[in-house]
Structures are given as C-alpha cells and as structure tokens.
Design a protein around this ligand. Structure first.
Ligand code: UD1
Length: 336
C-alpha cells in the first residue's frame, strides 16, 4: 500500500517512515529540505534495506506537487508533516510561517480532492489548547487562542480540514502531538536541531555534551508540584506508530466521522526539574542548570487525556521516560 509522506526528512516524519516500512507500506516522500537534508532518508535505507522514493519539491509549488500525484498512481493515504515549527521564530516572521504552513496545506488538500485520495492524516499540536485550565485535556477541551503564529497555523490547519471534510468524500484525521522527544532505539536517526535549539530535550543534550554552558529552567514559581512547568513528553516512536494506526483506522473504515481528532500524549505530566532528574539518572551525569525567569508564552501545565486514542486507534505507548532520555542521549552522543 503506497503512502505519500510530506516532510519525511524531518524529525517526526522520518521516525514515522520507519514505522510505516516495518508495517510493509511503500513510501513516497516530498520534502523541500529547507529545514532538513536527506540524511535521515539515507540512514533509514541503509539501516532497514528498503527504498524510499524521494521528491525534493516545495509543497507551495502546486504544479510540481501535482506532477507527483500524476506520476504516483494508487496513493492510498497521505501523512502531512511538512511545516515550519519553531515557536519563537514564528513570532519574528509570522507571514513566512503562514505562507509556508498554510499555502502548502491548501495545495495538498486541493490535490486530495482532485485525485480522490481517500485518507489524510495531519500533524497538529497540543499548542491548539493554549493556556488551558482543564487538565488533562481531552479532544473536546475547547481550543484557546494560539500563543504564536506557529500554533495559529496549526489551529487554522485543523479548521481548514474540518471545513473541507464537510463537503468531501475523503477521510481526515488530525493528530495533536504533545511533546515528542527521544530517538529511534538504534540511534540511526534522531532530532537534528535547525539553528540553536530552544526545546527542552535538545537543550538538555547540548548542556550535557558541553556545547552550552548551562540550562536555564524557565521559572520555578509556577503553581505546580515543584514550581516548574509541566508537559507531556512522548517517545517519537510512539508518536510515529500512532500515524500507522491512524491510517489503518481510516483504511479499515473504522472512523465514525470523516474528520476526527486524537491526542498523542503519554498522559503523564512531567516537570522541567523532573526531566533534569530523569536525564541525570539515565546518563549518570550531573547537569549544569540554574533557575531563570519565566519564558514568555509558556503555558503552566498541559498533558493529555489519551483515552480516545487508546480506545479507537488501539494505541498504547511502549516507551518510558527513561527510554526517551536514553535514546536521545545515544543519538546526541553520535551527533557530535
Ligand atoms: C512548544 C510548543 C509546541 C511545539 C513544541 C516543539 C507551545 C505552547 N508549545 O512546546 O506546540 O510542538 O514547542 O517545537 O508553543 N524549558 C526550560 N529551559 C529551556 C527550554 C525549555 O526550562 O532551555 C522548559 C519550558 O519552559 C517548558 C518545557 O521546558 O516548560 C518544555 O519546553 P519546550 O521543549 O520548548 O516545549 P513547549 O514549549 O512545551
């Protein structure tokens, strides 16, 4: 069964390709490599001995994308990862974020309709819940105003799909990722930060490797059990497998509606200080950190109610926080 992946050279896309290959899907990938290289694709082909058909095309170039749809017959489903994703950068260059993330998605959705592609899975984000007070968040928790143009592009992306689905014969799923971290257990691929990392896990790794002097814990005066912010960290291979299950769910016509949303989070809230402890325990190494000012735009706490995902998709996270830390550590040691 042939699946078109967009953004398969990126972090979550590449891990998902591994899971799809292991489940015998044939992969066609479109990526413009504006924030990535083909390194992951090459590594996967070497590690698993399977071919990935790769088109270096910008999704904003509709004619070029259409030519892929004309060449690649029998596309059973699309998983759309390709997007800019740096929250801070999106505040600096909002129009580039809106153009890149939304124009590419409009082009893709138009081609889904034109070519009658039955199944479409979209990468959304828990950022659509904003600064919610309802915890854990379920898929029915009202979305709040987005904290950044990046978050808003995901929110608008969901809305576009919802509206298209109302007049479409095709099926759509949005997966709202919480905080994906970790790397493939073989360390053949992992996260490659684009520019200086701002997310917690790559910052932990860079600090441990001496690439940066210390880690700043953004606030210890939040109303949480230790004062630092709480997030739902989920292993990237568990996130990857959720896409395979979402596709199967659609292909097997198990969906109740032609647009459904699922939370992809472990269900556990973990604080920044607990993350530091987990790293120190796993790597058997002290981390140099200090308490710093709160970071603008951070939500206090967010973690998933994943009951719907477990029940409908049969998804069951397989990896512990220690697994996430260990796999990220192995990958980052290799990356240096
Ligand atoms: C953000 C986005 C999310 C996006 C994700 C990955 C929001 C609300 N969330 O998640 O949509 O998918 O980035 O790009 O915009 N921290 C420190 N020190 C650091 C770095 C982080 O203390 O040096 C803390 C943060 O304050 C936060 C936690 O670690 O409490 C996690 O931060 P981060 O990894 O950046 O992810 P989010 O902000 O949760």
């Amino acid at each position: 069964m042939k699946i078109l992946v967009t953004g398969g050279c990126g972090y979550i896309g590449a891990h998902t390709i591994i899971d799809l290959l292991e489940n015998d899907y044939e992969i066609v990938n479109i990526d413009n490599n504006s924030r990535s290289t083909t390194q992951h694709i090459n590594a996967i082909e070497n590690q698993f001995g399977k071919k990935i058909k790769n088109y270096t095309i910008d999704l904003c170039d509709k004619a070029a994308v259409k030519s892929v749809f004309e060449q690649e017959k029998n596309i059973e489903g699309i998983i759309h990862f390709a997007a800019f994703k740096a929250v801070g950068e999106s505040v600096q260059i909002p129009l580039e974020y809106y153009r890149n993330n939304l124009v590419s998605q409009i082009n893709l959705l138009e081609l889904v309709e034109e070519f009658g592609i039955k199944n479409f899975v979209f990468s959304s984000s828990c950022s659509v819940y904003g600064n919610t007070t309802e915890l854990p968040v379920t898929e029915l928790t009202p979305r709040q105003e987005a904290e950044s143009p990046y978050g808003n592009s995901k929110r608008i992306g969901e809305d576009m799909i919802r509206d298209v689905a109302k007049v479409s014969k095709n099926n759509f799923i949005a997966l709202r990722y919480f905080n994906p971290i970790g790397a493939h257990p073989t360390a053949c691929i992992g996260e490659i930060p684009y520019g200086p990392p701002q997310n917690l896990q790559p910052v932990i790794m860079e600090t441990a490797l001496g690439k940066r002097q210390l880690l700043k814990v953004f606030g210890n005066d939040y109303p949480t059990r230790d004062g630092s912010c709480i997030r739902d960290y989920v292993h990237v291979m568990d996130v990857a497998h959720a896409h395979t299950l979402a596709l199967k769910y659609l292909v097997e016509n198990k969906n109740e509606d032609n647009y459904e949303v699922f939370n992809i989070g472990s269900g556990d809230g973990v604080s920044v200080l607990e993350m530091i402890n987990a790293f120190e325990k796993t790597a058997n190494q002290k981390l140099n950190y200090e308490i710093a000012e709160r970071r603008a735009g951070d939500v206090v706490a967010v973690y998933a109610d994943n009951a719907k995902t477990r029940k409908s998709l049969g998804w069951e996270p397989q990896y512990s926080l220690d697994d996430m830390m260990l796999s990220a550590w192995e990958w980052n040691k290799k990356l240096t």
